[in-house]
Write a protein that binds this ligand. Sequence first.
Ligand SMILES: Nc1ncnc2c1ncn2[C@@H]1O[C@H](COP(=O)(O)OP(=O)(O)OP(=O)(O)O)[C@@H](O)[C@H]1O
Ligand SMILES: [Mg+2]
Length: 327
Amino acid sequence: MGVDVKIDGLTKSFGKQLIWKDVTLTLPAGEISVMLGPSGTGKSVLLKTLIGLIKPDEGAVVIEGVDIATCSEKDLYEIRKLFGVLFQDGAMFGSMDLFDNVAFPLREHTKKGESEIRDIVMEKMDLVGLIGAENKLPGEISGGMRKRAGLARALVLDPEILLIDEPDSGLDPVRTAFINQLFIDLNAQIDATFLIVTHDINSTRTVPDNIGLLYHKHLAMFGPREMLLSSEEPVVRQFLNAQTIGPIGMSEEKDADELAAEKDMGLPPLPPIPMQLEPSNGIPRTYQRPPGAWCRENGVTPPPGSFQPDPTTPMSSSQANPTEAPH
Ligand SMILES: Nc1ncnc2c1ncn2[C@@H]1O[C@H](COP(=O)(O)OP(=O)(O)OP(=O)(O)O)[C@@H](O)[C@H]1O
Ligand SMILES: [Mg+2]
């Protein structure tokens, strides 16, 4: 399941400030996509445009044949039921406990009775590891717990499309690893179309099926994970490998002299492409492709050492015994 989100020629300015121009991409149904970009490049604005909270100046966002950018308020209200959204700031109601926060979309958008609402809320709280915290106020819990509560709330309406803005900002590495695994397991379970905005390069390299990069007021590239991780395009290469060498400077683009000096130094080799994270819940992901499939199909030689199992993570049974004959 999950639905395609077709973004075509999207352009947005606030007053004289152009945010991005001519953004065109399709979030494939049921796949996990990550959007990257330096701070202020309009990633959050893009998410808000996808749910119709911000109207683009030009272009279309088509979901199930309806253009979010131009449809009626009534159609927009219906289409929004397909979405679950975790905003960057969590956007929890401070005076409501976690239970009521998570129950809010159910009370607002459905006619379900309180006992059914309780079952759904507790199921989602369990999924994000928050059982026992339902009566706490958002101000009484850690940032990581607030993110997970926001995620539980984004899930209660069984979304077809999940938009998640910086789930890992302010999280420690262990919690980030847990939340990444949760996304993979959730995707296996609900098959929704995911778009995750993050600054975490490790998550970007291991979680999604597709990666996009917003840079310099346009979409620099969007495509399968292996395509971007093997790309020699300077901006993509620099961003996805978190390097100082490349066109992106500390505060703005580097000038020609700086770039020429770097060219003489030569670029470090691309690091190996890691294995993609696999589900831990025993449910295979419909759209997870075998390691190296994109590279093979497109005649691209991945960097040496790619697709080796990470020695620090437990191996799945298929990785542990790749040559073992089935019994
Ligand atoms: N409602 C608004 N009115 C005017 N300007 C806005 C509005 N929302 C966002 N902006 C501007 O649009 C630009 C992009 O903002 P956005 O929040 O999308 O960046 P971002 O890529 O999500 O950054 P970060 O990584 O820091 O979260 C910023 O310059 C911001 O000030
Ligand atoms: Mg943002």
